[in-house]
Write a protein that binds this ligand. Sequence first.
Ligand SMILES: NC(=O)c1ccc[n+]([C@@H]2O[C@H](COP(=O)([O-])OP(=O)(O)OC[C@H]3O[C@@H](n4cnc5c(N)ncnc54)[C@H](OP(=O)(O)O)[C@@H]3O)[C@@H](O)[C@H]2O)c1
Length: 247
Amino acid sequence: MKIGILGAGSIGSALARKLSAAGHDIQIANSRGPHTIDPGIVASGARAVEATDVITGIEALVISVPLSSVPAIKALIADLPDEVAVIDTSNYYPLRDGQIQALDDGQVESVWVTEQLGRPVAKAWNAILAGSLETKGTEAATPGRVAIPVAGDREVDKAVAMTLVEATGFDAVDAGSLGDSWRQQPGAPAYCTDLTRQELAAALRAARKDRVPQRRDVAMATITEKIEGGATLTSDDLVELNRSTYN
Ligand SMILES: NC(=O)c1ccc[n+]([C@@H]2O[C@H](COP(=O)([O-])OP(=O)(O)OC[C@H]3O[C@@H](n4cnc5c(N)ncnc54)[C@H](OP(=O)(O)O)[C@@H]3O)[C@@H](O)[C@H]2O)c1
């Protein structure tokens, strides 16, 4: 499949490498131009392109930019045909994205993204840390395989997103509509806790909407305090912290 990836940071670059390795035809862009893209991504087989060229000829687009950059990319994807699946990896943290108008705590991030872009999106890979995405992918049917939730309103978008999640080495779990995707946002038991398919399905069901923003903020405050105290947190440390805070 020919796939565009907008955003070449921790998540976009890991996806470019993994999807190239899985045989997909990847073109990837950031805001500063192709010459600034990590040569390791290009070595994996992906093409580094200008942001204005990232949608050319693609069958799917992954958007992996900070939530605050989403309004700015609307113009870049304005000519993308309606049938192309757009997959959003965004998460919202009030502390990190304080410069944009804060989303209400009851607001669903990817619903906001779809409103900003004026087109449907599916949500995937938001609920896995970059460190786990890089290192924990396995072959299908491997015991203990980590699962990733996928939400969306158009079945065709969700099907594409689920196929690509599997191609990156993870079980894809149908998490319902975009409106349901608060169940996979920061603060929910399914968020970045590296669960198996069955555990993830149970975690999605167990989420309580009133608790999610509070627990997100508790985890963020704990992480900030530890880092300011000089601690170095690994991806596995963060998964453990999420498991104990979000359950
Ligand atoms: N890091 C994680 O563990 C993780 C896990 C799950 C989901 N997420 C979510 O995934 C998204 C990406 O996260 P990340 O950690 O990969 O971010 P990141 O490392 O900060 O990278 C962001 C990328 O977006 C690009 N970008 C920003 N504005 C742009 C624009 N207007 N046009 C084109 N490209 C633009 C940046 O390009 P320039 O550098 O050239 O500006 C950069 O390549 C965020 O929404 C984040 O919340 C992150």
